[in-house]
Design a protein around this ligand. Structure first.
Ligand SMILES: Cc1cc2nc3c(=O)[nH]c(=O)nc-3n(C[C@H](O)[C@H](O)[C@H](O)COP(=O)(O)OP(=O)(O)OC[C@H]3O[C@@H](n4cnc5c(N)ncnc54)[C@H](O)[C@@H]3O)c2cc1C
Length: 327
Protein backbone atom coordinates (compact mmCIF):
# COMPACT_ATOMS: atom_id res chain seq x y z
CA UNK A 1 0.00 0.00 0.00
CA UNK A 2 1.21 3.49 -0.93
CA UNK A 3 -0.16 6.98 -0.29
CA UNK A 4 -1.38 7.04 -3.93
CA UNK A 5 -3.18 3.67 -3.50
CA UNK A 6 -4.80 5.07 -0.37
CA UNK A 7 -6.13 7.95 -2.51
CA UNK A 8 -4.18 10.51 -0.49
CA UNK A 9 -3.84 14.04 -1.92
CA UNK A 10 -1.16 16.53 -0.93
CA UNK A 11 -1.59 20.09 0.36
CA UNK A 12 -5.32 20.07 1.07
CA UNK A 13 -6.75 23.09 2.90
CA UNK A 14 -8.26 22.17 6.28
CA UNK A 15 -10.27 25.40 6.55
CA UNK A 16 -13.47 23.69 5.40
CA UNK A 17 -12.83 20.67 7.60
CA UNK A 18 -12.92 22.67 10.85
CA UNK A 19 -15.84 24.39 12.56
CA UNK A 20 -13.63 27.45 13.25
CA UNK A 21 -13.13 27.76 9.45
CA UNK A 22 -9.47 28.67 9.79
CA UNK A 23 -6.00 27.24 9.35
CA UNK A 24 -3.60 25.94 6.75
CA UNK A 25 -3.10 22.80 4.67
CA UNK A 26 -2.66 19.13 5.46
CA UNK A 27 0.59 17.75 4.03
CA UNK A 28 -1.41 14.64 3.05
CA UNK A 29 -5.17 14.10 3.17
CA UNK A 30 -7.22 10.93 2.68
CA UNK A 31 -10.71 9.66 3.43
CA UNK A 32 -11.41 6.40 5.30
CA UNK A 33 -14.86 4.95 4.50
CA UNK A 34 -14.69 2.16 7.10
CA UNK A 35 -12.56 0.97 10.02
CA UNK A 36 -10.35 -1.21 7.83
CA UNK A 37 -9.46 1.79 5.64
CA UNK A 38 -8.78 3.86 8.76
CA UNK A 39 -6.52 1.09 10.10
CA UNK A 40 -4.73 0.84 6.72
CA UNK A 41 -4.11 4.59 6.72
CA UNK A 42 -2.72 4.52 10.27
CA UNK A 43 -0.43 1.56 9.49
CA UNK A 44 0.75 3.15 6.24
CA UNK A 45 1.48 6.47 7.98
CA UNK A 46 3.57 4.55 10.52
CA UNK A 47 5.50 2.78 7.74
CA UNK A 48 6.10 6.08 5.92
CA UNK A 49 7.27 7.81 9.11
CA UNK A 50 4.29 10.19 8.97
CA UNK A 51 2.07 11.22 11.85
CA UNK A 52 -1.53 10.00 11.32
CA UNK A 53 -4.22 12.53 12.32
CA UNK A 54 -7.75 11.09 12.17
CA UNK A 55 -10.21 13.94 11.58
CA UNK A 56 -13.77 13.96 12.81
CA UNK A 57 -15.81 17.11 12.34
CA UNK A 58 -12.86 19.38 13.19
CA UNK A 59 -14.97 20.86 15.99
CA UNK A 60 -12.17 20.93 18.54
CA UNK A 61 -9.23 22.02 16.41
CA UNK A 62 -7.28 25.08 15.34
CA UNK A 63 -4.90 24.02 12.53
CA UNK A 64 -1.84 26.23 12.16
CA UNK A 65 -1.69 28.66 9.21
CA UNK A 66 1.68 26.96 8.50
CA UNK A 67 -0.09 23.66 7.88
CA UNK A 68 -0.28 20.18 9.38
CA UNK A 69 2.61 17.81 8.63
CA UNK A 70 1.66 14.13 8.23
CA UNK A 71 -1.45 12.35 7.01
CA UNK A 72 -4.88 13.74 7.93
CA UNK A 73 -7.60 11.10 7.49
CA UNK A 74 -11.25 12.14 7.39
CA UNK A 75 -12.90 9.37 9.40
CA UNK A 76 -16.15 8.26 7.73
CA UNK A 77 -16.34 4.87 9.50
CA UNK A 78 -19.78 5.23 11.10
CA UNK A 79 -21.09 1.82 12.03
CA UNK A 80 -23.03 1.40 15.30
CA UNK A 81 -23.80 -2.19 16.32
CA UNK A 82 -25.79 -3.39 19.33
CA UNK A 83 -24.22 -6.44 20.93
CA UNK A 84 -26.91 -7.16 23.56
CA UNK A 85 -27.72 -5.96 27.09
CA UNK A 86 -26.76 -2.33 26.45
CA UNK A 87 -23.44 -3.26 24.88
CA UNK A 88 -22.39 -1.47 21.68
CA UNK A 89 -19.57 -1.73 19.18
CA UNK A 90 -19.10 1.71 17.61
CA UNK A 91 -16.84 3.04 14.84
CA UNK A 92 -15.05 6.21 15.90
CA UNK A 93 -16.31 8.12 12.84
CA UNK A 94 -19.90 7.79 14.08
CA UNK A 95 -21.39 11.09 15.21
CA UNK A 96 -21.69 11.34 18.99
CA UNK A 97 -25.27 12.54 18.36
CA UNK A 98 -26.07 9.45 16.27
CA UNK A 99 -24.82 7.25 19.08
CA UNK A 100 -27.16 9.07 21.47
CA UNK A 101 -30.11 8.70 19.07
CA UNK A 102 -29.49 5.04 18.27
CA UNK A 103 -29.17 4.19 21.98
CA UNK A 104 -32.24 6.18 22.98
CA UNK A 105 -34.43 4.56 20.33
CA UNK A 106 -33.65 1.21 21.96
CA UNK A 107 -34.17 2.46 25.51
CA UNK A 108 -30.54 2.68 26.56
CA UNK A 109 -29.60 5.74 28.62
CA UNK A 110 -26.35 7.37 29.71
CA UNK A 111 -25.77 9.71 26.75
CA UNK A 112 -28.49 12.30 27.44
CA UNK A 113 -25.89 15.04 27.95
CA UNK A 114 -24.36 14.38 24.50
CA UNK A 115 -27.23 15.90 22.56
CA UNK A 116 -25.92 19.05 20.91
CA UNK A 117 -22.21 18.18 21.20
CA UNK A 118 -20.90 18.23 17.63
CA UNK A 119 -18.31 15.79 16.35
CA UNK A 120 -17.47 12.13 16.24
CA UNK A 121 -16.96 9.46 18.86
CA UNK A 122 -13.21 9.55 18.06
CA UNK A 123 -12.94 13.29 18.72
CA UNK A 124 -14.99 12.84 21.89
CA UNK A 125 -12.54 10.22 23.19
CA UNK A 126 -9.53 12.49 22.70
CA UNK A 127 -10.90 15.28 24.89
CA UNK A 128 -13.14 13.07 27.01
CA UNK A 129 -16.01 15.20 25.72
CA UNK A 130 -19.08 15.71 27.80
CA UNK A 131 -21.37 18.18 29.49
CA UNK A 132 -23.41 18.58 32.66
CA UNK A 133 -20.83 16.65 34.71
CA UNK A 134 -20.87 13.55 32.47
CA UNK A 135 -18.18 12.43 30.01
CA UNK A 136 -17.79 9.80 27.31
CA UNK A 137 -15.26 7.91 29.46
CA UNK A 138 -18.12 6.75 31.73
CA UNK A 139 -19.46 4.37 29.09
CA UNK A 140 -16.33 3.13 27.28
CA UNK A 141 -15.10 -0.34 28.22
CA UNK A 142 -12.60 -1.19 25.43
CA UNK A 143 -10.92 0.56 22.53
CA UNK A 144 -9.57 -0.84 19.28
CA UNK A 145 -6.46 1.07 18.25
CA UNK A 146 -3.59 1.21 15.83
CA UNK A 147 -0.62 2.04 18.04
CA UNK A 148 2.80 2.45 16.43
CA UNK A 149 1.50 0.56 13.38
CA UNK A 150 -0.03 -2.37 15.32
CA UNK A 151 -3.81 -3.02 15.41
CA UNK A 152 -5.23 -4.40 18.68
CA UNK A 153 -7.88 -4.08 21.43
CA UNK A 154 -7.07 -2.43 24.76
CA UNK A 155 -9.08 -1.70 27.95
CA UNK A 156 -10.53 1.83 28.18
CA UNK A 157 -7.89 2.69 30.83
CA UNK A 158 -5.33 2.62 27.98
CA UNK A 159 -6.52 6.12 27.03
CA UNK A 160 -5.93 7.53 30.57
CA UNK A 161 -9.07 9.65 30.66
CA UNK A 162 -9.28 12.74 32.89
CA UNK A 163 -11.47 15.87 32.87
CA UNK A 164 -11.54 16.99 29.18
CA UNK A 165 -8.32 15.07 28.70
CA UNK A 166 -6.80 11.75 27.64
CA UNK A 167 -3.37 10.41 26.74
CA UNK A 168 -4.06 11.61 23.17
CA UNK A 169 -3.96 15.27 24.24
CA UNK A 170 -0.69 15.16 26.19
CA UNK A 171 2.42 16.93 24.84
CA UNK A 172 4.04 14.66 22.22
CA UNK A 173 1.19 12.12 22.38
CA UNK A 174 1.79 8.49 21.36
CA UNK A 175 0.87 7.59 17.76
CA UNK A 176 -2.59 6.15 18.45
CA UNK A 177 -5.55 6.02 16.06
CA UNK A 178 -8.72 4.78 17.71
CA UNK A 179 -10.76 2.64 15.32
CA UNK A 180 -13.70 1.39 17.37
CA UNK A 181 -14.99 1.32 20.93
CA UNK A 182 -17.04 -1.08 22.97
CA UNK A 183 -19.33 0.66 25.40
CA UNK A 184 -21.96 -0.22 27.97
CA UNK A 185 -25.20 1.68 28.57
CA UNK A 186 -27.96 1.30 31.17
CA UNK A 187 -31.66 0.60 30.48
CA UNK A 188 -33.84 3.69 30.98
CA UNK A 189 -37.38 4.59 29.84
CA UNK A 190 -37.13 6.45 26.53
CA UNK A 191 -39.43 9.24 27.77
CA UNK A 192 -37.09 10.03 30.69
CA UNK A 193 -34.12 10.06 28.33
CA UNK A 194 -35.87 12.43 25.90
CA UNK A 195 -36.99 14.74 28.72
CA UNK A 196 -33.46 15.10 30.11
CA UNK A 197 -31.97 15.50 26.63
CA UNK A 198 -34.55 18.14 25.71
CA UNK A 199 -33.74 20.14 28.85
CA UNK A 200 -29.98 19.94 28.15
CA UNK A 201 -30.60 21.03 24.57
CA UNK A 202 -32.73 23.97 25.74
CA UNK A 203 -29.92 25.17 28.03
CA UNK A 204 -27.37 24.71 25.25
CA UNK A 205 -29.37 26.73 22.68
CA UNK A 206 -29.51 29.61 25.16
CA UNK A 207 -25.71 29.71 25.40
CA UNK A 208 -24.34 28.66 22.02
CA UNK A 209 -23.69 31.34 19.37
CA UNK A 210 -24.51 30.43 15.74
CA UNK A 211 -21.15 31.73 14.38
CA UNK A 212 -18.10 29.59 13.51
CA UNK A 213 -16.50 28.35 16.73
CA UNK A 214 -15.02 25.28 18.36
CA UNK A 215 -17.31 25.44 21.38
CA UNK A 216 -15.80 26.46 24.71
CA UNK A 217 -12.26 27.54 23.96
CA UNK A 218 -10.79 27.13 27.47
CA UNK A 219 -11.38 24.50 30.13
CA UNK A 220 -13.18 25.55 33.29
CA UNK A 221 -10.90 26.13 36.25
CA UNK A 222 -11.05 23.78 39.24
CA UNK A 223 -9.77 25.94 42.11
CA UNK A 224 -11.66 25.98 45.42
CA UNK A 225 -9.82 29.01 46.86
CA UNK A 226 -10.41 31.09 43.72
CA UNK A 227 -14.08 30.02 43.56
CA UNK A 228 -14.64 31.03 47.19
CA UNK A 229 -12.96 34.41 46.65
CA UNK A 230 -15.32 35.42 43.83
CA UNK A 231 -18.28 37.23 45.37
CA UNK A 232 -20.57 37.03 42.36
CA UNK A 233 -19.94 33.36 41.50
CA UNK A 234 -23.14 31.30 41.92
CA UNK A 235 -23.23 29.26 45.16
CA UNK A 236 -23.34 25.89 43.37
CA UNK A 237 -20.07 26.63 41.55
CA UNK A 238 -18.45 27.91 44.76
CA UNK A 239 -19.40 24.69 46.52
CA UNK A 240 -18.01 22.61 43.64
CA UNK A 241 -14.83 24.74 43.48
CA UNK A 242 -15.35 25.30 39.75
CA UNK A 243 -14.90 28.65 38.01
CA UNK A 244 -16.18 28.81 34.41
CA UNK A 245 -13.54 30.18 32.04
CA UNK A 246 -16.27 32.41 30.56
CA UNK A 247 -16.83 34.04 33.98
CA UNK A 248 -13.14 34.99 34.21
CA UNK A 249 -12.97 36.30 30.62
CA UNK A 250 -16.14 38.33 31.15
CA UNK A 251 -14.72 39.81 34.36
CA UNK A 252 -11.61 41.11 32.60
CA UNK A 253 -13.92 42.99 30.25
CA UNK A 254 -13.43 40.90 27.13
CA UNK A 255 -17.01 39.88 26.29
CA UNK A 256 -17.44 40.76 22.61
CA UNK A 257 -13.73 41.74 22.15
CA UNK A 258 -12.55 41.62 18.51
CA UNK A 259 -9.22 41.18 16.79
CA UNK A 260 -8.72 40.79 13.03
CA UNK A 261 -11.91 38.82 12.39
CA UNK A 262 -11.73 36.89 15.68
CA UNK A 263 -14.16 37.63 18.49
CA UNK A 264 -14.91 36.49 22.04
CA UNK A 265 -18.62 35.70 22.38
CA UNK A 266 -20.86 38.59 23.40
CA UNK A 267 -23.20 36.19 25.23
CA UNK A 268 -20.74 33.51 26.34
CA UNK A 269 -17.21 34.93 26.54
CA UNK A 270 -15.54 31.48 26.44
CA UNK A 271 -16.62 31.00 22.80
CA UNK A 272 -13.89 32.15 20.43
CA UNK A 273 -15.61 33.01 17.15
CA UNK A 274 -14.49 33.48 13.59
CA UNK A 275 -16.68 36.36 12.46
CA UNK A 276 -14.67 37.62 9.47
CA UNK A 277 -12.27 35.20 7.80
CA UNK A 278 -9.88 35.31 10.76
CA UNK A 279 -6.62 33.44 10.33
CA UNK A 280 -5.71 30.75 12.84
CA UNK A 281 -2.99 33.10 14.12
CA UNK A 282 -5.48 35.93 14.80
CA UNK A 283 -7.75 33.52 16.65
CA UNK A 284 -4.87 32.27 18.77
CA UNK A 285 -3.66 35.85 19.43
CA UNK A 286 -7.07 36.84 20.82
CA UNK A 287 -7.23 33.65 22.92
CA UNK A 288 -3.79 34.40 24.37
CA UNK A 289 -4.80 38.02 25.05
CA UNK A 290 -7.66 36.67 27.17
CA UNK A 291 -5.27 34.27 28.91
CA UNK A 292 -2.86 37.12 29.72
CA UNK A 293 -5.56 39.38 31.17
CA UNK A 294 -7.12 36.59 33.23
CA UNK A 295 -3.68 35.63 34.54
CA UNK A 296 -2.87 39.23 35.54
CA UNK A 297 -6.17 39.72 37.33
CA UNK A 298 -6.90 36.28 38.84
CA UNK A 299 -3.50 34.54 38.90
CA UNK A 300 -4.70 31.49 36.92
CA UNK A 301 -3.54 30.44 33.46
CA UNK A 302 -6.53 29.29 31.39
CA UNK A 303 -5.86 25.99 29.65
CA UNK A 304 -7.16 25.63 26.07
CA UNK A 305 -9.75 22.92 25.50
CA UNK A 306 -9.40 23.43 21.74
CA UNK A 307 -6.31 21.76 20.29
CA UNK A 308 -3.62 23.76 18.50
CA UNK A 309 -3.11 21.41 15.59
CA UNK A 310 -0.15 21.03 13.22
CA UNK A 311 2.99 23.13 12.94
CA UNK A 312 2.91 25.90 15.53
CA UNK A 313 6.71 25.80 15.93
CA UNK A 314 7.07 29.38 14.57
CA UNK A 315 4.64 30.74 17.14
CA UNK A 316 5.85 33.67 19.26
CA UNK A 317 3.40 34.54 22.06
CA UNK A 318 2.70 38.29 22.33
CA UNK A 319 0.36 38.34 25.32
CA UNK A 320 -1.64 41.60 25.35
CA UNK A 321 -2.88 43.00 22.01
CA UNK A 322 -4.23 46.26 20.65
CA UNK A 323 -7.80 45.14 20.08
CA UNK A 324 -9.90 46.34 17.16
CA UNK A 325 -11.47 49.78 17.55
CA UNK A 326 -15.04 48.47 18.01
CA UNK A 327 -14.05 47.48 21.57
C1 LIG B 1 -20.81 24.58 19.03
C2 LIG B 1 -19.91 23.60 19.75
C3 LIG B 1 -20.28 23.10 21.00
C4 LIG B 1 -19.46 22.19 21.67
N1 LIG B 1 -19.88 21.70 22.89
C5 LIG B 1 -19.09 20.83 23.53
C6 LIG B 1 -19.49 20.29 24.80
O1 LIG B 1 -20.56 20.59 25.31
N2 LIG B 1 -18.66 19.42 25.41
C7 LIG B 1 -17.46 19.04 24.86
O2 LIG B 1 -16.75 18.23 25.47
N3 LIG B 1 -17.05 19.52 23.68
C8 LIG B 1 -17.83 20.40 23.01
N4 LIG B 1 -17.41 20.91 21.81
C9 LIG B 1 -16.09 20.54 21.29
C10 LIG B 1 -16.12 19.35 20.29
O3 LIG B 1 -17.38 19.24 19.71
C11 LIG B 1 -15.77 18.02 20.96
O4 LIG B 1 -14.48 18.07 21.51
C12 LIG B 1 -15.87 16.88 19.95
O5 LIG B 1 -15.87 15.69 20.68
C13 LIG B 1 -14.75 16.86 18.93
O6 LIG B 1 -15.04 15.86 17.96
P1 LIG B 1 -14.55 15.97 16.46
O7 LIG B 1 -14.98 14.74 15.75
O8 LIG B 1 -14.99 17.26 15.85
O9 LIG B 1 -12.97 15.96 16.66
P2 LIG B 1 -11.90 16.73 15.76
O10 LIG B 1 -11.96 18.19 16.11
O11 LIG B 1 -12.03 16.36 14.34
O12 LIG B 1 -10.54 16.14 16.33
C14 LIG B 1 -10.08 16.50 17.62
C15 LIG B 1 -8.78 15.74 17.90
O13 LIG B 1 -9.06 14.36 18.02
C16 LIG B 1 -8.23 13.60 17.13
N5 LIG B 1 -9.03 12.46 16.72
C17 LIG B 1 -10.24 12.48 16.13
N6 LIG B 1 -10.66 11.23 15.91
C18 LIG B 1 -9.70 10.40 16.37
C19 LIG B 1 -9.54 8.98 16.40
N7 LIG B 1 -10.46 8.17 15.89
N8 LIG B 1 -8.40 8.46 16.93
C20 LIG B 1 -7.44 9.28 17.43
N9 LIG B 1 -7.53 10.63 17.43
C21 LIG B 1 -8.65 11.18 16.90
C22 LIG B 1 -7.90 14.56 16.01
O14 LIG B 1 -6.73 14.16 15.31
C23 LIG B 1 -7.72 15.84 16.79
O15 LIG B 1 -6.45 15.88 17.39
C24 LIG B 1 -18.23 21.81 21.10
C25 LIG B 1 -17.86 22.30 19.84
C26 LIG B 1 -18.69 23.19 19.17
C27 LIG B 1 -18.28 23.69 17.81
Amino acid sequence: MTLAQLGARSQVSLRTYTTLKAGGKAEWFAVARNVDELAQAAVLAHQEGLRCHPLGWGSNLLPSDHGVPGLCVANHARNIEFTGDGGLLVDTGAAYQDLFLAATQRGWGGLEYAVGIPGTVGGALVSNAGAYRSNISEIVTEVEVVHDGERRWEPASFLEFRYRDSILRRPNPPAITVLRIRCQLKARPALDIYNDAREYQRQRIGKQPPMASAGSFFKNVEDKALAESLETLPAGLKAAGVVPAGYLIEHVGLKGARYQGAMLGARHANFLLNVGKASASSLRRLAEHAQALVHERFGVMLEPEVLYFGDWSHWEPMGRLNLDAAN
